[in-house]
Design a protein around this ligand. Sequence first.
Ligand code: SF4
Length: 287
Amino acid sequence: MKFSELTSMEEKIDQPLHEVVLLSQMLEDGSDPIELRNKTRIILDAMLDICEKNYGRAQKTLTGLCGDNAHLFSRWQPQMMGEFNYFATVTALSVIEANAAMGRIVACPTAGSCGVVPAMAYALRKIKKISIDCLVDALIVAGAVGKCIAQTVSISGAVAGCQAEIGTATAMASAMAVYSLSKDSKRVSHAAALSLKSLMGLVCDPVGGFVEIPCVKRNAVAVNIAISTAEMALCGIRSVIPLDEVIEAMARVGRSLPEELRETGLGGIASTKTATDLLEKIRGESL
Ligand code: SF4
């Protein structure tokens, strides 16, 4: 599926984009739009609940490689960040640390990138006071962005690098913010394209193959990229390269990434001396 097909259909039938996404899904597999909307509401509720329960919580990760970052950051008086960015960053750290501590999460699109979209949803709800109904609409649109990427590239770091996981999550979160705040599908596509271009080629290099380093902090940075691309798109800044073409380029980049940079734990920061030393220490402790 191409995102431009959805926006063309939107113009033809003169319905808001989230309704078009539901309709397109019904045409594709017979899904009932009302049921699909209800399912999306359940997913959104789960995301918000997880954010609420974990916000600023002190949590050690499974291996102890990292942890407690959300707690530390939640007690910090931000020096440069505004309220929205700060709140979203604490939330992203909190959710991804819950994942690394084997807590309950919503994989969106994956477990490794589970902090980005929920952090955006929670910040939109708590700081911008966006209604639940509007967030459901926006999550439906974000899901369509994710689906376009999944069908053309992949949402797996093992297949196309971290651009496919964190990159996709960032594009989805950015799309969600723009749709919540404007309902403008063209701006949504620019926000998603700007996000993917910013993260194109991002490698998947988890230390020891554990979804901890660099994944935890990468989620927190990613939500800030989503906020800045959404803000740019909202003000009318365009991506010169259309979203569908950016996604196709991302697929080509993913295919050209060497195996070491696709979740094998063999390249990037996973191959540094410190990473190797840390892994040896963990192995020593578990003997
Ligand atoms: S580095 Fe790899 S494992 Fe970690 S979030 Fe990115 S794609 Fe997932």
